[in-house]
Design a protein. Sequence first.
Length: 253
Amino acid sequence: MKRSFLLLTVCAFLGASLMTAVAQEGARRGPEDPKMKGPAPRLPDGTIDLIGTWTGGGPVQDMEKQGNFKPGEIPLLPWAKKLLDSRKPENDPHAFCMPMGIPRQAGGYPWRFVQYRNSHIFVLWEGNIHSFRQIFMDGRKHPEDPDLTWFGHSIGKWEGDTLVVDTVGFNDKFWFDRRGHPHTEQLHTIERWTRKDFGHLENQVTIDDPGAYSKPFTTTYVATLDPGDELMEYICQENNYFGVAGGFGPTGK
């Protein structure tokens, strides 16, 4: 009931459903539990525990507005600005069941970190990502010529209580937001994830892409814990048309 209607409409018009999802999630939770302001939990070795089901933590509709930038403040190169202005939300690759990429994360859908010893951290998403992200925590470096992927090649480390994730090797297929902010294969991101308290996880991300932006810029988003919630099964395959109005395929049959 709480998110089932999203599964039926995501491929038809994802933007409207995501805004509704955020509103409903807030209404379902009601007033924030005081324990959300309590101390962040820690693992036995003292490391901050990122456990929990989170919502948010990245841009969804418009990186400029959600990142509190003034109009035109994001340093787009002329060709990238022209491309942004030509894009329409209904052509968002995510509306065709493709991954959201970084730093967009999961939109209005829940997600979680999975910490595996000191070697890996995985990110699992409920929404139509149908994949996972792995962050190498074992001290390795980026490969000299990484395969270009939706999530890139991520290496992480702890700086005090902040998880720092350095990622390169992105393809240029995903959009930063529904509005269509672009990037190139030169994209390099550095995320700084800080669990401020029990219920809030801050993501300060620096975007460095000399192919599309005249200089690096930094933006911050906050994910909110949904205590007791779990990831639900979600099926969405590339170019899936099941769920388009009436449940008809692209041929109308």
